[in-house]
Each structure stands twice: as structure tokens, then as C-alpha cells.
Design a protein around this ligand. Structure first.
Ligand code: XLS
Ligand code: NI
Ligand code: NI
Length: 442
């Protein structure tokens, strides 16, 4: 296809003083920060679905976007190729290293399952040619197990085992092509794995189905030799009223129950974290502490809307605490920041897709620089360490080592009349430290 985003050239780095909205002010991809470049730290990815496969429709109206490949009168494979060319043109001009996709973002529906499988492999070959030509890599693949009407009552948690089988076949295919493309991860977002009402739902049975499904995914991963990470993406609700993968802690309990906690990690989406009533930073910290932090879907919600608005990140202040937790935990391994973001329905110019991503990437890059500087300087760590210092003393260590009972501690408190004085948590002082870093970092 001819150049689609013809008004926009490659996005370059202009520095913080640049007034050009289509230049990076903070994302200098080759800038070395600590032991790696910014590109290596952030591992940015663009998503195929919201950016190229969504016409801009909502429940009240049709698509508003200029996405010629979504014209239903086109031959589906020609349309898929047009879409693919536009997607790679966009990612290449944006200058980020990764993309992510669902099987049916790339591959049209139609024909028998065998025909869909063949089409998926054909388009995979063509995607791999684009990847080879541009150097763009795959952060993760995933199967669309929620779109087709057959999945209306769930995929793995469907009451009908034939729907389960169809979903299993789809995931086997999608894992295979993700593996062929050298994907760094494979994601399972719960889709419609949840329920609308308990009046018609056998909850424990559905959980067992889901557990078995995930075990089969793990078995297939090992059978084909896929070395990427399997990730579950928690979300509390939408599309179902109650999603089984509610949040990170819920997912961990589920993984433990089915013996999968060493096989599957989490892909934390910012807007899903806030929908579940948590801060993004909380979800990251919980995942780190449980050893299941994997990757991030970077976006943001709206404080007053109770659904997944998938807006582009635009607030350094709100991202710093979470990015700080990611850095404290050692950063990404196979994961990255994937832009699971969509334009507002009125943003209909081709350049709007660049504005959304450039602004979002700069927001993340600045948040990273701030958090990294705070971490290097131990701006928060010294106070935190001091708060917990007593736990390194012999008495503190003995408690945690299981060498003290309630009775022992009662005896000690009685003998010494222990009555420790409260110590300030200094929250306001620390918040000011963070703000100073945000102001000063360059
Ligand atoms: C939906 C999810 C979805 C996953 C991929 O809310 O965020 O986009 O990331 O299936
Ligand atoms: Ni997501
Ligand atoms: Ni989402």
C-alpha cells in the first residue's frame, strides 16, 4: 500500500525545549540511563487493535475513523494486508521497538477453522517479512476469545465444552504464531471469563474449567518450546459484571490453587488497576512482591467514568509512583510498556494517532527519568530503611524467624515494660521530594 500516514515523517527527538508536538521531548531512545538505553528500559509497544482495527464506533454510533481497510466491501485478505502495511508504517515512524496483536486483529474471520488457521499462518509470514524489513519485534500475541458470539458466555469458562474446545484450538494457533514471530510474551486477558448473574452460573465449575484451560496453555507452551512469558491480564469488570481475574492478588490466589504460580505472571493495565479500586503502583508492588510482575498495558482511565476508557497516559505525576516500583523491582524482563490506548472518537485526523502516542511516550519517559533518579539517589529508600531498621535487630529477626511465640513476647513486654514511641511516617515530606524530582529532572 502507498504511504498511509503521509503527513507525518519519522518522529525525532527534539529535547525538552522543543515546541514541535510531533517530536519527542523526553523519549531519547539512545540515551543511556544507568545500565541501559531508554529504549531498552521502556520496551515500548503499539497495539494493533485500538490503533488499526477499531473504526471509532461506540454503543450509540458507527465508526468515525479514517481506516480504509475496515471497508467491508474489500476482499478480507487484501484488507488485512493494507492494515498490516499501515500498522508497520506507523510503528516504524514512531520509532518504537515492539507491537502487540490479537489473532483476529491481523487475520479475518471466515471459512472453516482450517481455512482460518491457514490464513493466520499466511499473514504471520507476511508480518514476519515486515518485522525483518523494519526491525520491529513482537512484545506479545493474544487470542480474541471474547468477540465472536460463540464466546458470549465465556471461552474457557463457557458451560459448553465445545466452546472450550474451540477456544483451546484458537489459543494453540495463536501461541504457535506468537512463537514463530519470536514473541517475548503471550497474554491471556480474561475477556468474558466471568459472569453476569450467579442465578445461572456454576462458579466453582467455571473456575476449574479455567484452571484446566490455563494448564493446557502451559503444556502447549512447553511442547512447542516457546520461551516467552505467559501473562494473565487482570480486570475487575467489563465486559462481564464480574471478571474472574479481578486483580493481581485474585489472580495469584487462582494460580496457586491450580499450581500455576511459577508458570504465569501478570500483565497489569493501568486502567484495569484503577477500575479495581487500586492505584497502578499498588498492583505493580503486589505483583513484584508475589514474584509475578510481567508487563504493563500503559493507558489511563477517567476518574468519573466507571469503564475502561483506555486513554493515553498524560500525567507524569500519576505515573511516577508506579514506575518507581517497577524500577525498585529490577525493571522489565520480557515485559514492556504496551500502549493499550485508543483515541477519542472525535480524533479523526491521521496525525491524531501520532499525537496520542508521542504524548504518551514522553509522559512515560519523563516518569521513568524521575523515578530512576530518585532510585539512584535513594531519595526515598533511606527513610524507608530507617522505618524498618528494628527488624534487622536480633529481636526483630527472631520474631520473623519463628523463634518467638505470643507468650515469649508477652514475657518480654512485661519484663521491659516495652512502650515504643510512635515515629512520623513523613508522607508530606516524601511527597515534596517526589515533586522536586519531577520539577528538576532533565
Ligand atoms: C481489555 C484488554 C485487552 C487486552 C488484550 O480491556 O485491555 O485490550 O489487553 O486482549
Ligand atoms: Ni489491555
Ligand atoms: Ni483494557
Amino acid at each position: 500500500m502507498a504511504e498511509f500516514f503521509h503527513g507525518v515523517d519519522e518522529i525525532t527527538f527534539g529535547g525538552p525545549e522543543s515546541d514541535n508536538p510531533l517530536q519527542y521531548r523526553w523519549y531519547d531512545k539512545d540515551r543511556v540511563v544507568g545500565d541501559k538505553t531508554l529504549a531498552e528500559h521502556l520496551r515500548l509497544a503499539v497495539c494493533y487493535w485500538h490503533s488499526f482495527n477499531w473504526p471509532g464506533n461506540d454503543v450509540f454510533g458507527d465508526g468515525t475513523f479514517d481506516r480504509p481497510w475496515l471497508d467491508p466491501s474489500l476482499d478480507p485478505m487484501d484488507a488485512a494486508r493494507m492494515k498490516m502495511a499501515a500498522a508497520f508504517e506507523f510503528v516504524e515512524k514512531l520509532g518504537v521497538p515492539f507491537f502487540s496483536f490479537h489473532d483476529h486483529d491481523m487475520c479475518p474471520y471466515g471459512g472453516t477453522f482450517a481455512e482460518e488457521t491457514a490464513a493466520l499462518h499466511t499473514l504471520t509470514d507476511e508480518a514476519m517479512a515486515h518485522m525483518e524489513r523494519t526491525g520491529i519485534r513482537l512484545l506479545w500475541g493474544t487470542a480474541r476469545l471474547f468477540h465472536h458470539p460463540r464466546y458470549m458466555a465465556g471461552a474457557a469458562t463457557n458451560p459448553d465444552p465445545e466452546v472450550f474446545a474451540r477456544a483451546a484450538a484458537q489459543v494453540a494457533n495463536c501461541l504457535d504464531v506468537t512463537h514463530r514471530m519470536g514473541g517475548a510474551n503471550y497474554v491471556l486477558w480474561g475477556g468474558r471469563e466471568g459472569y453476569e448473574t450467579l442465578l445461572n452460573t456454576d462458579l466453582p465449575r467455571e473456575m476449574d474449567q479455567f484452571g484446566r484451560f490455563l494448564s493446557m496453555v502451559v503444556e502447549h507452551k512447553h511442547a512447542i518450546g516457546f520461551e516467552g512469558t505467559l501473562l494473565i491480564e487482570p480486570k475487575p469488570q467489563e465486559p462481564t459484571k464480574h471478571q474472574y481475574d479481578y486483580d493481581t492478588a485474585t489472580v495469584f490466589g487462582f494460580l496457586q490453587k491450580y499450581g500455576l504460580e511459577n508458570e504465569i505472571k501478570v500483565n497489569i493495565e493501568v486502567n484495569h488497576a484503577t477500575l479495581s479500586g487500586h492505584d497502578f503502583a499498588h498492583e505493580v508492588a503486589v505483583a513484584q512482591s508475589l514474584g509475578i510482575f510481567g508487563s504493563v498495558d500503559a493507558n489511563r482511565g477517567d476518574d468519573r467514568l466507571g469503564w475502561d476508557t483506555d486513554q493515553f497516559p498524560n500525567s507524569v505525576d500519576s505515573l511516577v509512583p508506579a514506575v518507581y516500583e517497577i524500577i525498585r523491582g529490577g525493571g522489565f524482563d520480557t515485559g514492556g510498556f504496551m500502549f493499550d490506548t485508543k483515541l477519542r472518537r472525535m480524533s479523526i485526523d491521521r496525525s491524531d494517532l501520532f499525537h496520542g502516542h508521542v504524548g504518551g511516550i514522553d509522559t512515560l519517559a519523563k516518569a521513568f527519568l524521575v523515578a530512576h533518579a530518585m532510585h539512584e539517589d535513594r531519595a526515598l529508600e533511606d527513610l524507608r530503611d530507617a522505618r524498618y531498621a528494628g527488624w534487622s535487630d536480633p529481636d526483630g529477626r527472631a520474631i520473623l524467624a519463628g523463634e518467638r511465640s505470643l507468650d515469649d513476647l508477652r514475657a518480654r513486654v512485661t519484663a521491659d515494660n516495652l512502650d515504643p514511641a510512635p515515629v512520623s511516617g513523613a508522607q508530606e515530606a516524601l511527597e515534596t521530594v517526589v515533586n522536586r524530582y519531577i520539577e528538576r529532572v532533565r
